[in-house]
Design a protein around this ligand. Sequence first.
Ligand SMILES: [Fe+2]
Length: 439
Amino acid sequence: MSPITDTVLAVELNYMTGFGNDFQSQALPDAIPIGQNSPQKPKYGLYAEQINGTSFLASRHENLRSWLYRIKPSVLSCDLIKADYPDFQTRPFRVNYTKPLPYRWDPLVTDLNKSVTFLDSIITIAGNGDLASVRGSAIHLYAFNQNMQNQFFHNADGDFLIVPYRGNLLINTEFGKIDLKPGEIALIPRGIKFNVNNLTDFCAGYILENYGPHFRLPNLGPIGSNGLANPRDFLTPVASFEDKQETNQLIFKASGQFFKAEIEYSPLNVVAFHGNYVPYKYDLSMFQVINTVSFDHCDPSIFTVLTSPSELPAYSNVDFVIFPPRWLVSEHSFRPPYYHKNFMSEYMGLIKGTYEAKEENFIPGGGTLHNQFTAHGPDSNAFNKASNEDLTPKYLANTMAFMFESSLTYHLTQLASVTPKMHKNYLSCWADLPKNFRT
Ligand SMILES: [Fe+2]
């Protein structure tokens, strides 16, 4: 395998701004009908097709749907053939390999000696809930070096939140093209066909497959009307289409099973669309960090980018939380995260740099899992350093950690539980915590 060079191909794309807007975009003039959604004869001989992301009776502020005007509708005229992606798993898993202990891993794949596509590379490491009850999520990793040439993915089971830590991606969706680099995230709602190409030699990252309600921005409470992730910084692609006679393979995932079919045209044949059920991207550096300016360490909810609620008020299905570069100014305080055990289960990943509570043995592409009421906190080194540091204002630079935080316990897959990349000695990071008690 040749050394990874990370040569970035130039891609110039256009986006519309806003979160949950009623977007409209057309690649040909007047392709969106005026005054109605489904005219008898749409312009250019297009087919009108609606995709609904919520039930029809969802309240207006939660109702998600888009209208697409496309060269061919999504209906298939051929049967599906079973496909097999054994490492890409769906909840519920058959066997529980999980102990109520903290877990930590190195990146599972750091190099490839063969050609692998995004879809072929997906490995599930943990999951919770049950997609049939529209509750829970799965955590996957990807590491690939090959375009999904003439292949497209259609996932009916969950929304894909893609979090790259290595390499630049080009995501081709029915709604247009999204370029993505480490430090950005992309969300592809379920039911939208897409493929992923690599703009650099080697691409790797995390995926959260959300079975539950679609992500939304968290309420801001006393913060007011601005702050955290601001709606205008979310970007949705403009319409672009392909009109090709060629054989393409569609891979379907439904109820955890995989199927494939061949079509003789490009599924990226949407000339225009309007609606609020759309893919989007977000640059995490746009997140306005709000934190203490007096004392103590705030709860991680202050760093929530997106939240998927559950049927229980105050028990999120899953939150996406980041720990970005920021000033640390608290006085007479232990500044890193305090020791804790929470109702919420926490899977942490690292996009770049180091994480303040574990500066060693937690690297980009790695992960930690601290499930419900599993005690954790700073390791011995971090505790000793933070207990004795000079509490002048400091800028925490070169860091971008994130958390998938859920009110359900994450269960490991067999692969995640037996991989040699799991740190067998993780618990020893707390072994040297001294007994400081004295009277
Ligand atoms: Fe934690």
